[in-house]
Design a protein around this ligand. Sequence first.
Ligand code: PLP
Length: 241
Amino acid sequence: MTMIADHLHHIQAQIAAACCRAGRSMDAVTLLAVSKTFPAQAVHDAALAGQRAFGENYIQEGINKILAIRAMPDMALLPLQWHCIGPIQSNKTKLVAQHFDWVHTVDRIKIAQRLSEQRPTDLMPLQICIQVNVDGGSTKSGCAPQEVMALAQAVAELPGLQLRGVMSIPDPQPTPEAMLAVHRQVVEVFRQLQTSHLPNCNQLDTISLGMTADLDCAVQAGSTMVRVGSGIFGARNYSHT
Ligand SMILES: *Cc1c(COP(=O)(O)O)cnc(C)c1O
């Protein structure tokens, strides 16, 4: 077994245990493997071990990897899913719309409109999470909770997009209780969306929340998709990217 397969099984077991503690079904949480900075070979190894959903932060790096993986004979037929989880500049929306399946980082209408216009019509709509910044944290990206509803309404009307839920990257907190409270705010934003009965939103099912360090807490709060990088692929070395 490769080291990546080994780590993957460990993370899956950790998610299952966290679901169990939270009284949630073990398949309530999807694992997104964050392969940013790691080579296509790492994605290949994870895919052979059964992983299907991958997250990339840097658009060009992600696209190079998507194309490299598709060109591998033993990967070409696997239904891999590619999630854009990094910030998107206006001049990159076309590439994102052409190559990715999901975008987690929509935080303004202009980006949403461009993604919708530029989504090729032979592909299914781009699956969208609205990034929300609940703690005013240092990442700066993400809209404020009170802005989510208006943005969600706009996304729901765009033909090239399908709204799936919310995403957040909360800053670390000094105590587990404080972390849980922040995570619960994200879940609350999602619940408000769910109960608002937006048009065209029959698959509003995603809370993209939790990384390697805060996975357990995010699952406890209600996350449905955890984004795990270093826990699967090891420590990142940014000097090679
Ligand atoms: C890098 C990254 C992750 C994964 O972080 P780890 O701590 O390595 O698990 C998750 N989400 C986003 C948005 C990231 O940029």
